[in-house]
Each structure stands twice: as C-alpha cells, then as structure tokens.
Design a protein around this ligand. Structure first.
Ligand code: BGC
Length: 255
C-alpha cells in the first residue's frame, strides 16, 4: 500500500500480544484489519523487533510507524521492564526502530498513547472543560498503565500502576490479569480497584478518571463497587485506543 498523510501504521506492543493496523490519524479510525501476533517470550528486543518487521511486511507498509510500548520511555530509550525482558532497560529502541523501518518512527509509553487516543477520539470528548482540568486515564490489563492530562495535555511516563498498596505494587493487586489469575469475583476485585482509585484520588484530585483496557467493555460489572468524587467514565475505544494512540505518537515530541 502506498501511504498518503495522515496514514500511519500503529503498533501496540504488549506483554501478551502485539497488535497493529493502519490508522487515519485525523479521524482516529482504523483503515485496515487488526493484525495480532502473540508476544514471543521472554520478549527480548530482538524478538519484538522481529515481530515489528513482520508486521510491516504483513501490510507491505512504506510510511510512518508509531509504537506504544509498556515501559518508561525517554528520548526513545526504554527505561523499565515490568512485564517484558529486562534486556529493554537502557535499550535505544528508537534508533533500533529507525534502522529497522527506514521510515519516520516514534515510540512512547503504551498507556500514554492510549490516553492520547481516548482524549482525542474517545471518552475524552464527553468531558466539559471543567471536567477535563485533570484527567487520570488508567488502562487495566497485564499491568496498570497510567496517563495524566492537565487541560488535555499529557504529562508522560507517570507509572502510577507501581504505587505501593498493602505492601505490594498496586498492579499486582488490581490489574485485570490478577482478577483472572486469582479467580476473584467482580465484587472482590472491584473493592481492590476502589482502594487503588481512592488512593489515586487522594494523591491527584483528578476531575475525571477514565478506565481503559478490556474491562472497559463491561463497566456495569465493577463500576457499582467504585466510590469516587471524580467523574468516572469507561474508555470507549477498546483495544483500538492502543493502536490509534501508537499511530498518533508520530506527531508527539514527548518523552
Ligand atoms: C508498565 C507501564 C505500562 C503498564 C501497562 C506497567 O507494568 O510499567 O509502563 O504502561 O504496565 O502496560
């Protein structure tokens, strides 16, 4: 396919799978099917870059590529590795991606980019200016990803999934995968999530909290257990947020 602006190949790199699609970054719509490849364990840089190359070939793509990645990322260097190989710590991912693609490319934190997409094209559109003063976007999955917005502008790399709760990393208590692994009822998991969100509310006083990740499809299962002052909204773009946001990050000069 020969690209015309504003089409970008968005790749959402995760601990469980990599998902990609061609995205119209002006409308926030996917213009292709979503191509999904399971993350090869232990998810080293070499293994992930090989899948990125395979995705480019899959779409016969010659154009800009944007990636979301589950780590702290500063100036293209990955600086943490919570659910991926420790080989990523200190790895110059941006240079490796430039070499691999020979195209304009960008890489930012996965939750940051999903939050950008939700703010621009998803639930963020429902917020009034007063409600959008301080928005906390959280994505619940293998871990807890966070993105913080002040008047719709992103403060990148917040990593609020790793705040301490009951002597543990909060994401090890309240991520979606924990509910599945520990076979928790929605009520029991909802109580943990409520404790986490109340802690975040105490620390940040957000005007709105948007909950993303797979569970955002079923807010009726756990929103009844959440007791917060902030306006609470489920994300509306599902898994597409990670892909659309990855494509959008090509225009960001963050991190
Ligand atoms: C990582 C974050 C990431 C989140 C969601 C956390 O374990 O530290 O960087 O955004 O998982 O993938």
């Amino acid at each position: 396919m020969s690209p015309t602006a504003p089409l970008v190949l968005g790749i959402d790199i995760g601990g469980t799978s990599l998902k990609s699609a061609i995205v119209n970054t002006e409308t926030g719509k996917l213009t292709s099917d979503v191509h999904v490849v399971p993350t090869p364990p232990p998810a080293t840089p070499g293994q992930i870059l090989a899948v990125v190359g395979e995705m480019i070939d899959h779409f016969s793509w010659r154009g800009p590529v944007g990636c979301g990645f589950p780590a702290i990322i500063r100036r293209g260097v990955t600086l943490s590795a919570a659910n991926i190989s420790p080989e990523w710590i200190g790895f110059d991912a941006l240079s490796a991606l430039k070499k691999l693609t020979d195209q304009p490319v960008q890489i930012l934190n996965d939750a940051d980019v999903a939050g950008l997409a939700e703010m621009a094209f998803g639930s963020g559109l429902q917020l009034s200016d007063a409600e959008a003063q301080v928005v906390l976007f959280l994505t619940l999955g293998t871990g807890i990803g966070s993105a913080l917005f002040l008047k719709r502008a992103l403060l990148p790399n917040t990593e609020f999934g790793h705040i301490e709760m009951n002597g543990m990393d909060a994401e090890d208590l309240a991520a979606t995968v924990v509910r599945e692994q520990e076979n928790l009822s929605w009520e029991a998991w909802g109580a943990r999530l409520n404790q986490y969100l109340q802690k975040m509310e105490f620390l940040l006083s957000p005007s709105a909290i948007i909950i993303g990740g797979g569970v955002s499809r079923n807010p009726e299962m756990f929103f009844p257990y959440l007791d917060l002052d902030a306006k609470l909204l489920p994300a509306s773009m599902g898994n597409d947020a990670g892909i659309v946001g990855a494509a959008m990050c090509i225009r960001e000069s963050l991190g």
